[in-house]
Design a protein around this ligand. Structure first.
Ligand code: IPM
Ligand code: MN
Length: 356
């Protein structure tokens, strides 16, 4: 029996609806295994700006720091998207949260559910067996390097800066993941052009001797963008810098057939955060139509990574697999007239756990 304290940050758009389903599922797991979960709700994103003027308020940070793990929905609101002059934006909350919590490694898996393989826009023979994981650096690089404008705003710059220490700590996560998977690691960079990428390559080459069981390859990010679509099943673990990871993980998510299926974990120095890879999907907010599976699978990653409760994690994944197999699907995957609602899918999975 464990006492678990989880910070829950629903955020904006469909965030609250999908988070509610993950909470239901975690509560079922707690009931089944005799754990006690204390949920601490906090604001982030546009809802936090509306309430406090700050997209990541100090109060939220305190709740996150004191939790065993953080479950996060999504953030973003269209009222900020077409206003480049807005001084505060919801996305700043996410970047602040990543930096202040030291969420340095973003783990984003891509896999296919066999029964959904034909939902993918890519031909089944290309994607069959795909099971890869991106480990994206999340608190450095061009996102956080020196930036600014000069010449009266007519010139602008962002700097991509990486230290050996940042690369080692990220690559370690990748190597260790690969060790428990198919023992292949690909370093994705632009070492043919960028100095910072050459440091990535050299640093990872130096680490190879500590991981003799892992087959390491080095590929350029543009080539990976192509091969991800041509033959994604040749990859296992891919480690990469912040911006390359941002772009390539959106691309990879298409393989599964819906962004609403893929979870993620952001490993922190102290506390880690779990969230679906999709955004706040404002058009669907409040309609009870969004797919909760990515968030529920993020909760499964939380049980495994933060709580070291493998059996619990496996049970969530098993219930999700059964749900998908039995075609209990939302409208991103089936026609609206036969789709199940967000809350029905959440209840189906949490009930199924109790009867497993
Ligand atoms: C992501 C998002 C964020 C990013 C945005 C919302 C700041 O696209 O988590 O991938 O660019 O990292
Ligand atoms: Mn992104």
């Amino acid at each position: 029996m464990k006492n678990l304290s989880i910070a829950v940050l629903p955020g904006d758009g469909i965030g609250p609806e999908i988070i509610n389903q993950a909470v239901k599922v975690c509560d079922s797991i707690a009931k089944k295994f005799g754990h006690k979960i204390k949920w601490n709700h906090a604001l982030v994103g546009a809802v936090a700006i509306d309430a406090t003027g700050n997209p990541y308020p100090e109060e939220t940070h305190k709740i996150c720091v004191n939790a065993d793990a953080i479950l996060f929905g999504a953030l973003g609101d269209p009222k900020y998207d077409n206003n480049p002059m807005a001084k505060v934006r919801p996305e700043q909350g996410l970047l602040k949260m990543r930096k202040k919590l030291g969420l340095y490694a973003n783990i984003r898996p891509t896999f296919v559910f066999p029964s959904l393989i034909d939902k993918s826009p890519i031909k089944r023979e290309r994607i069959i067996g795909t099971d890869l994981v991106f480990v994206r650096e999340l608190t450095g690089g061009i996102y956080f390097g020196e930036k600014g404008t000069k010449e009266n705003g007519k010139v602008a710059y962002d700097t991509c800066l990486y230290s050996e220490k940042e690369i080692i700590r990220l690559a370690k996560v990748g190597f260790e993941l690969a060790r428990n998977r198919n023992k292949k690691l690909c370093c994705v960079d632009k070492a043919n052009v960028l100095e910072s990428s050459r440091l990535w390559r050299k640093t990872i080459q130096d680490m190879e001797s500590n991981y003799k069981d892992i087959e390491v390859s080095y590929e350029f990010a543009d080539a990976v963008a192509m091969r991800l679509i041509q033959s994604p099943n040749m990859y296992d673990v891919l480690v990469t810098a912040n911006l390359f990871g941002d772009i390539l993980t959106d691309e990879a998510s298409v393989i599964s057939g819906s962004m609403g299926l893929m979870p993620s974990a952001s490993i922190g120095l102290e506390t880690s955060l779990y969230e679906p890879i999709h955004g706040s999907y404002p058009q669907a907010a409040g309609k009870n139509i969004a797919n909760p599976i990515a968030t529920i699978l993020s909760a499964a990653m939380m049980f495994e990574q933060s709580f070291k409760l493998d059996e619990e994690s496996k049970m969530i994944k098993k219930a999700v697999n059964l749900c998908v197999k039995e075609s209990i699907l939302s409208e991103d995957l089936v026609k609206p007239n036969v789709a199940y609602s967000t809350s029905k899918i959440g209840s189906w999975i949490s009930d199924r756990i109790l009867s497993l």
